[in-house]
Design a protein around this ligand. Structure first.
Ligand code: SAM
Length: 311
C-alpha cells in the first residue's frame, strides 16, 4: 500500500478510506449519549460504503482488548474535539462577515449541509474526483440539501489546484475561511509547504485558516510502529473481512515546517491548541490518553492594513 507522487483513489481505497474512518468517528460521536455535535450524514456515508475498518468505532466499547479500547477512545476524543474546534472556527468566521469558505481535502465533511451558514455563503470543497463522486451520489440518493452554495472542485491537492479553484469562481479579492483538516500527514512535507504558499497567495487580508498538523513526534519511528501495530489490530474488532486501512503506511512520517511559525512570518496571527487542551475544553474532562495523537490544532488570521495601523 505504498504511496506515489500521482496516486489516486476511490473512497474505500488507500487515503480515501481515511475519509470513511473520520466519518465513522463522527457517526459514533453523533450517536453517543452526549455528543459534541450532530452529523447524521456520517452514518449515511458509512451505510453506502459497506463493511470496512471505518466501522471500528461502532465496536469500540465491545470486546476490544483494553489497550486497543483505550486507543479507540483517544481517537474518538481527538476526532470529536477536532470537529467541534473547526465548527467553532467557521462560526466565528461567519460572524466576522466571511462568506467564502474553502475546505481542502473535504472528504466526507458534511459542514456544507449541517452548519447554519449565513445567506450568500459559498463553500468550495476540494478532494480527489472519486471521493467527491461518491459523496455527491450518496447525498443525492439521500435527498440532502446543502445549507450554502456549494461548489465541488475535483482535483489532486499536489497539482495546480489554485488555477482550478479560480476557474470555478473563487474570488481572490474576498476574505476566505480555509479548512485543512486531516490532510497534512498524507502530503509529503514539500507538498505541505507548497499548499500553504498557495493558500497564502489566494488569501485576501482578513482571511482565516484552521488546520490540524502532525507534531514533530509524529515522525518518530517508535510512534509510526505503534500506530501501525494498533491499526492492524482494528480488523480484530471491525468486521472488515480482513482488510485494514494502514494509516501509518499512507502517511509521510517526515520532519515538517512549523505551520504556526510559517504563518506568523507571512503576516498572519496564528496559534496552536494541543489535543489534550481541546479535549479538556470540549469534553470537560481530561483526554483518555494525554499524548495518544501526535497532532495539534492551528488557527490563524491574515492581518489587515487596519491591524498594522493599530499596532
Ligand atoms: C482523513 S480524510 C479527512 C477528510 C475531511 N477533511 C474530514 O476531516 O472529514 C483525508 C482526506 O484527504 C484527501 N486527500 C489526501 N491527499 C489528497 C490529495 N493529494 N489530493 C486531494 N485530496 C487528498 C483524501 O481523499 C481524504 O478525503
Amino acid at each position: 500500500m505504498g504511496r506515489t507522487d500521482d496516486d489516486t483513489w476511490d473512497v474505500t481505497e488507500s487515503v480515501g478510506a481515511t475519509a470513511l474512518m473520520v466519518a465513522g468517528a463522527r457517526a459514533a460521536e453523533t450517536e453517543s449519549a452526549a455528543p459534541l455535535f450532530r452529523d447524521p450524514l456520517a452514518r449515511v456515508f458509512l451505510d453506502a460504503a459497506g463493511e470496512g475498518t471505518w466501522n471500528v468505532f461502532d465496536r469500540a466499547g465491545g470486546d476490544a482488548d483494553p489497550e486497543l479500547a483505550g486507543h479507540l477512545r483517544s481517537l474518538l476524543d481527538f476526532f470529536a474535539a477536532r470537529t467541534a474546534f473547526i465548527d467553532d472556527f467557521f462560526s466565528a468566521a461567519s460572524e466576522a462577515g466571511i462568506r467564502q469558505v474553502v475546505i481542502l481535502a473535504s472528504g466526507l465533511d458534511s459542514r456544507a449541509w449541517r452548519l447554519p451558514w449565513p445567506d450568500g455563503t459559498r463553500v468550495f470543497e476540494l478532494d480527489q474526483p472519486k471521493v467527491l463522486a461518491f459523496k455527491a451520489a450518496t447525498l443525492r440518493e439521500h435527498g440532502a440539501q446543502p445549507t450554502a452554495e456549494r461548489t465541488e472542485v475535483a482535483i489532486d491537492l499536489r497539482q495546480d489546484w489554485p488555477m482550478t479553484l479560480r476557474q470555478n469562481g473563487f474570488d481572490e479579492a474576498a476574505p476566505t475561511a480555509w479548512s485543512v483538516e486531516g490532510l497534512l500527514r498524507y502530503l509529503p512535507s514539500h507538498a505541505q509547504d507548497l499548499l500553504f504558499e498557495r493558500l497564502h497567495e489566494l488569501s485576501a487580508p482578513g482571511s482565516r485558516v484552521v488546520a490540524n498538523a502532525p507534531t514533530d513526534d509524529a515522525a518518530s519511528p517508535d510512534r509510526v510502529a505503534r500506530e501501525r501495530e494498533l491499526t492492524q489490530r482494528f480488523s480484530s474488532v471491525a468486521s472488515t473481512g480482513g482488510a485494514t486501512t494502514d494509516v501509518a503506511a499512507l502517511s509521510y512520517a517526515e520532519t515538517r515546517t512549523d505551520v504556526v511559525g510559517w504563518l506568523r512570518e507571512h503576516g498572519w496571527e496564528a496559534s496552536a491548541t494541543s489535543v489534550p487542551e481541546a479535549v479538556a475544553h470540549y469534553r470537560g474532562r481530561p483526554a483518555a490518553e494525554a499524548d495518544a495523537i501526535p497532532s495539534t490544532f492551528i488557527s490563524g488570521r491574515r492581518r489587515t492594513i487596519h491591524d498594522e495601523e493599530d499596532s
